[in-house]
Ligand binder design. Structure first.
Ligand code: SF4
Length: 349
């Protein structure tokens, strides 16, 4: 455990946090006033990089994420009420977080991928919510570790981080959330408190997300007014994939012995991220199988014909090795020293 003053390079982390928060504001402005550039920057550059960041360096991301920086401003500047998060509210937040993820991602095909101001509105609502929750609740308990719709994916993908970094937000650990995703060894969505809600949400995500990602790629982006059938397809494919994938996961959990469950969880996490890049990387460079889907730059006349197949093979083998084969690091971040109050009741999580 570390105390804030002993964190090496803390000023540099602060600079990165400030720069990325400022970049977030610039991105919002770009989405509103130069939507074509903003959409490319957000949906075709930042979002495609994000899953790999969550797999490789989730702790770094948690330290510099602009939403986290905004949400923790009240705590850093001393005007947070620092309340403990009530368990019932946390459960509600966890359910909303997963539901928001499953709603927002299909909405990309229908609205967000083609609408800069709508994307900006979504990000602004998230930032304001994170800030307001930060004025009331202790450290990362409300937004970063409960309500943020990206948090379930952080836990799913960040099972085997490449590095463990200092926690540069929490100056002292108040044990605000248990288990703490930032400090828990080999974190997965299946590592939860004893609560049934947490267990169910975690299990649904692990089992369903692979099929959800696969289903999402079976739908094109729609532009302009959509028919009822197109709306139905935009949601039916990813949510149908979610259900099928979850049922397979559930059956395997029943069949396989307990000692294989951790590997099964990591396999489903790996399958989700590998599926994401299987489709997304070729698509970025003009190899989309469906029309209108997320091309950043069309390099089909420049890259060799085998580019799509080679990128699919490379990313799949890489994530299989990284998440299933190699020796795993322990946690995303190092837990800071407990405050006196937390130390009195602390059992490490
Ligand atoms: S390190 Fe401690 S204070 Fe920070 S989020 Fe985790 S439990 Fe909360």
């Amino acid at each position: 455990m570390t105390s804030p003053s002993s964190i090496k390079g803390l000023p540099i982390w602060r600079v990165f946090q400030a720069v990325l928060a400022a970049a977030g504001v610039v991105l919002l402005a770009t989405l509103i006033w130069m939507p074509d550039i903003g959409i490319d920057l957000f949906w075709n550059v930042l979002i495609p990089v994000a899953p790999a960041v969550l797999v490789l360096i989730p702790g770094v991301w948690r330290n510099v994420c602009p939403m986290a920086t905004i949400g923790l401003l009240p705590r850093h500047f001393g005007f947070s009420k620092r309340k403990a998060m009530p368990q019932t509210l946390r459960h509600i937040f966890l359910i909303i977080s997963l539901a928001a993820l499953l709603l927002i991602v299909p909405l990309r095909h229908a609205v967000l991928n083609a609408d800069g101001p709508a994307t900006a509105l979504m990000l602004a609502i998230a930032a304001i919510t994170a800030f307001l929750l930060g004025t009331r609740y202790e450290w990362r308990s409300a937004w970063c570790s409960s309500l943020c719709p990206i948090h379930p994916v952080e836990k799913l993908y960040g099972t085997a981080p490449a590095i463990t970094v200092p926690n540069t937000h929490c100056t002292q650990c108040e044990k605000c959330v248990s288990p703490c995703p930032d400090s828990t060894h080999k974190m997965t969505p299946m590592i939860t408190s004893k609560s049934k809600v947490e267990k169910t949400v975690g299990r649904l995500l692990v089992g369903g997300f692979f099929g959800f990602v696969y289903g999402w790629y079976q739908v094109p982006d729609y532009f302009g007014a959509m028919t009822m059938m197109e709306w139905t397809m935009a949601f039916a494919w990813p949510l149908g994939g979610f259900v099928v994938s979850y049922l397979v996961f559930h059956a395997l959990m029943k069949i396989l012995p307990k000692q294989d469950h951790a590997f099964l969880v990591r396999t489903f996490a790996m399958a989700a991220v590998a599926t994401y890049y299987w489709f997304r990387l070729p698509m970025l460079f003009g190899y989309a199988e469906l029309p209108n889907n997320g091309t950043l730059i069309d390099l089909t006349g420049v890259l060799p014909v085998w580019f799509a197949g080679a990128s699919q093979l490379t990313t799949t083998v890489f994530f299989a090795w990284f998440m299933l084969v190699r020796k795993r690091k322990t946690s995303w971040g190092v837990r800071p020293a407990y405050s006196e109050a937390a130390a009195a009741k602390a059992t490490p999580s």
